[in-house]
Design a protein around this ligand. Sequence first.
Ligand SMILES: Cc1ncc(C[n+]2csc(CCOP(=O)(O)OP(=O)(O)O)c2C)c(N)n1
Ligand SMILES: [Mg+2]
Length: 786
Amino acid sequence: MDRIAAIEALTRKALWLSNWMIHHANHIRPNVDGVKVGGHQASSASMAAIMAALYFGVLRPEDRVAVKPHAAPVFHAIQYLFGKQSLEKIENFRAFGGAQSYPSRTKDTDDVDISTGSVGLGVAFTAFASLIQDYVRAKPWADTSRPEGRMVALVGDAELDEGNVYECLLEGWKHGLRNTWWIIDYNRQSLDGVVREGLYDRIEAIFRAFGWDVVTLKYGALQRAAFAEPGGEKLKAWIDAAPNAIYSALMFRGGAAWRERLLDEIGDQGEVTALLARRTDAQLAELMANLGGHCTQSLLEQFEAAGSDKPTVFIAYTVKGWATPLAGHKDNHAGQMTSAQMETLRQSMNVRPGHEWDKLEGMADPAAIERFLASVPFNTKESRRHTSPAVATIGPQFVGTGTTSTQTAFGKILDAIAKTDSDLARRIITTSPDVTVSTNLGTWVNRRNLYAAREMVDVFQKEAIPSAQKWRFKPEGQHLELGIAEMNLFLALGAAGLSHSLFGERLLPIGTLYDPFISRGLDALNYACYQDARFLLVATPSGVSLAGEGGAHQSIASPLIGMAQDGLASFEPAFADELSVIMDWAFDYMQRSGDARPDLADWPRDVTGGSVYLRLSTRSIEQAPRTADKALSDDIIRGAYWLKPPTPECDVVIAYQGVLASEAIEAAGRIGGDRRNVAVLAVTSADRLNAGWHAAQRGRLHGDTAARSHVETLLADIPHRAGLVTAIDAHPATLGWLGSVLGHRTITLGVEHFGQTGTVNDLYAHFGIDAAAIEVAARSMIGSQG
Ligand SMILES: Cc1ncc(C[n+]2csc(CCOP(=O)(O)OP(=O)(O)O)c2C)c(N)n1
Ligand SMILES: [Mg+2]
């Protein structure tokens, strides 16, 4: 059996299995709750031939693929044919523990390289994965004996509506993007309907403008043969001019409708009429559906002809719902075949009832297919997921005494690390969306240089213009300079944070940005966490403490984002020594094994590890005169410690997170005086404190009666009659839950409304988070004892 015939047979099998998987989930598996299961038969059919040509023909084990989210059933079917997906999982497609609706690195077990789901993100991820592959391979410590892979995105045409796709094209161009293939499933349909005419021209122009090769797969081999027949030129001209909607509608209606329409418009009682007459209705429908994206021969030819490392976009013309009765219908996105239609498809595939899942069922030459499958290059027995040993941490780099800010301390800690000749320093990659200097990465960059594939001198330095920044670009440079787009930052962190798994080389990525602009890239941050990428996010400056920078620059919600974001442990230290302890811990936490899949009982994820978010401030405050011993360091990581512990006479506790430490201490001093009735709780991570509390509650509910969280232990020292005042330069809900841990009355201070320009004092007074406001709240607790 030749290769094309084998891949065509496997295309049909993948088409059948994907449709059956969805049908089975929706119509055969018992539906216990009446909620629609779903699945996308038409979107899957659209890509079946493209994916079969790639997986069974073109891809190599070192390639990494982001599959269009709603083509997941085809992906699972292909993996099943390779023997890398179990029957049980696909029988349970979209069910608990079954194959996932959209390919998932963390939830699926069948060799997903890159998760997808939020359209556009998987596409752009491939570009950053390619940059990271180049970054890693340019380093002296990298093992370059492994072959370079291609980063491949299978793209729905409507994904190109997402802005992040263009943001990454720009960034890719700046960094000399290579080894990236985007294969567009150009079915001219999205979810709601048929896309605008002429989009093709725009797409082509855009990609060419960014230096990509553009390969169009418009006509299949059948069509090309027909065009060569007498009258074929006219048929081709008709196809080229046909509006998307007409083509789709005729595709849906079938062979007889095609004949009627074509005879009507180009019938000539001559060559064209004869060309049509030589075909039955079924053959005519097959011919018109034989677009480039469904023609195995054309796909293989074009993929294999693209030999260079230049980024390449393939525009593969397809029909949504190809080879099914859903073909071309404008409402087919969530449409599914009826049981009767599935029955017809089953018969046409030679599948006997009861043998729907059999891999080789209905194949003309099953033994040859089995041999072929065993010989497919991508179907390697070795794991395509790499690992890389953890890099040793070097201990906290204590810096900063007197008065300093956490942001300044961050720069100094990194500089201290940069000066070391350590693996840790070598494996760090920093990146920032155009705020490198203003987030204090400058000295790190001066020491460790910027990354570029080819060396570039710092022109300002060469021209002897004095500047604190020495911007030298080198292959061994360790800072990836990005433009302002925050989406790109999180996609880059996502790719760098999976380098150990994708490329077998550990990176410790650190990304810095302005805290309010986390929201600008939030979905890409969520996406990076969902993929279990490991990185350190340093967001600075934050809150109304930014004062003169004004309203929308003053973040309010970010601590709540940090708490709610799975896979991200967030901290907001007040003092430099806390920060150095947290950073040292973070480098270790980022490398803990994610192999044990996170589950509900596993927060605060100390076994599986995760990424870390630090919310820092530019506001300098007096540092606590102390050395962080082991006990204090442990508490800093657990999320809180007593700055001033409660006595049995304690009336009120002031709990703060972050830069309001100075206000909390001042307020406590004003009330307390010589009385010992005011305690101060320093919260370094409301996130971990809260997560630990939830975990302990869950533990107790499941019979672990001894389970006790750090916050419960801390608050147990407070007399029950005492009240709590919480204070944060952010949304007060961050700490507001503390009162419900053991039932202490609580007043929560914080910022709930957009800020504005002013001095720190103006703004703290305006929002009621200055020492005076904390004092008033605390005194009100002392007076009224509940
Ligand atoms: C960010 C985001 N917005 C919306 C959706 C919902 N959605 C899923 S598929 C889809 C349309 C996709 O069309 P296209 O990419 O052309 O794929 P096709 O189904 O045509 O193959 C939409 C809007 C989503 N998954 N992600
Ligand atoms: Mg589409």
